[in-house]
Design a protein around this ligand. Structure first.
Ligand code: M6P
Ligand code: ZN
Length: 195
């Protein structure tokens, strides 16, 4: 039997997850080509400073069956045009795997969607636990003026499928209207054919 040594990591609400072996991934505006509706606004922001949109800090748990990948996402505040900063969003490669999120700081929402276009939103704030059931694609959106910090955990063998969201997007967008987060239809969304 492969026995992994127990370990802990520490969450800092500004710096993310801290500890030995924490892996840090950053996505800037330039890494998110095609994800925001207003392409001109995206190109201007990418050319003028290319700010950090989010960072993911992953604890050193193996990405394999039986383990729980876990970590912290720090999603910075900001907008591209009137669309709030968000994560790329993904389905799990192993579609029948779930995920849990716990809100640590800030305010925002999770956008969830099935491949056939059923969609839901769930608010997330400090103290909120969001359950993402199997088969739902998911994206986090920061609707506030401070970082949205989320703890997450999912099965180690879940994997990330980005292709579906990259090519079809989500059915709804969250945009600022009169300063308030508002749900609008995504004109470029295409659902998969249920067959
Ligand atoms: C969550 C988790 C991570 C994921 C991160 C960023 O914290 O689901 O697995 O990597 O969000 O989202 P994305 O991978 O969609 O860019
Ligand atoms: Zn996930």
């Amino acid at each position: 039997m492969d026995l992994l040594e127990p370990f802990s990591t520490r969450v800092d609400l500004r710096e993310g997850l801290l500890g030995n072996g924490v892996h840090r991934l950053s996505r800037r505006i330039s890494d998110m080509r095609g994800m925001f509706q207003d392409e001109q606004a995206w190109a201007e922001i990418a050319a003028q400073g290319d700010p950090l949109v989010y960072e993911v800090f992953v604890a050193p748990a193996p990405e394999s069956e039986g383990h729980l990948c876990h970590g912290v996402t720090v999603l910075h505040p900001g907008r591209v045009g009137d669309e709030y900063f968000m994560t790329k969003g993904h389905y799990h490669q192993k579609s029948g795997t779930a995920e849990v999120y716990y809100g640590l700081r800030g305010n925002g929402l999770m956008m969830l969607q099935t491949r056939w276009g059923i969609w839901r939103t769930v608010d997330i704030a400090p103290g909120t636990v969001v359950y993402v059931p199997p088969h739902w694609g998911h994206r986090s959106i920061n609707t506030a003026d401070e970082p949205l910090v989320l703890l997450f955990a999912y099965p180690g063998d879940a994997g990330h499928d980005y292709g579906t969201i990259e090519s079809s997007g989500f059915a709804r967008l969250i945009v600022a209207r009169n300063g308030r987060p508002t749900l609008v239809e995504n004109p470029s969304y295409t659902a998969e054919d249920p067959g």
